[in-house]
Design a protein around this ligand. Structure first.
Ligand code: PGA
Length: 249
């Protein structure tokens, strides 16, 4: 029998992020103390913003250094002009990397402007392997149940590849892009198989709009129609929720 992934429900997102950031800082320190770089898988979107704010606060307080951290982001839009404000590269610089001591050469984000996408995806997988695999993976969840941009139909063993964005995902992104017609149709995303190989995983979700999909991911069938449901089978995946996102559990 499969045990469902654990869910930790907090009063609010600030408290959830304070707890998780302290745990991640401790993980980074213990891996660094063991003499190797910590490998973090990072996410974009509205959800991780308070988590990144807390990591920056810990860094400024002298409690967390990224000098010995290697990062891999989950995904990137295809076809945006270089430096576009909604690109995930720009997001990560603005919300985290510009404020901490991570070395630019240790940052990895899929490049949405490459010509040979499949070669780029294979190289991304190799870079993760060469770094020793991901120690900690941060995730959000889309209304489609996606993790990364693994939309319904993404196989359990899928790897980093070009993906087609679900209409619901594009609709959710439309306000930020100033209209649906400006939202990219495709992206590069780590696969479900790539994500599930991370040694430790935290999925964050806030607000009423995520309550139903959180419940389905945690307690529903394990299916490629809800890629977050694969986390039920991961040995160390935890959902960090605010009261609203956890309200249907
Ligand atoms: P959001 O997106 O954080 O902007 O809600 C989450 C996701 O699509 O994974």
């Amino acid at each position: 029998m499969t045990e469902s992934a654990p869910a930790r429900v907090f009063a609010d997102r600030t408290e959830a992020c304070r707890v998780l950031a302290a745990e991640v800082a401790e993980l980074v320190r213990s891996i660094n103390d063991a003499g190797r770089p910590a490998v973090l898988g990072l996410a974009t979107g509205r959800t991780p913003l308070p988590f990144y704010a807390e990591l920056i606060r810990l860094h400024r307080a002298g409690d967390l250094s990224f000098a010995n951290v290697i990062s891999f982001n989950l995904d990137e839009y295809l076809g945006l002009p270089d430096g576009h404000v909604e690109s995930y590269r720009a997001f990560m610089q603005r919300e985290l990397f510009d404020h901490v001591d991570i070395l630019p050469e240790n940052v990895h984000i899929p490049d949405g402007s490459v010509n040979d996408i499949s070669a780029h995806c294979a190289a991304y997988e190799k870079a993760i392997r060469d770094a020793g695999g991901i120690d900690f993976q941060l995730l959000g969840i889309g209304r489609t149940g996606h993790i990364g941009f693994n939309e319904p139909g993404s196989a359990r063993d899928s790897r980093t590849r070009q993906v087609h964005l679900d209409p619901i995902t594009r609709e959710d992104a439309a306000p930020a892009f100033g209209g649906l017609e400006h939202v990219p149709t495709h992206a590069i995303s780590m696969g479900c198989g790539t994500i599930l190989e991370a040694r430790k995983i935290a999925l964050l979700a806030w607000g009423d709009a995520k309550a139903a999909i959180v419940k389905e991911a945690l307690t529903g069938a394990i299916t490629d129609q809800v890629s977050a449901s694969f986390l039920q089978e991961h040995p160390d995946a935890t959902f960090y929720l605010d009261a609203e996102a956890g309200s249907e559990l």
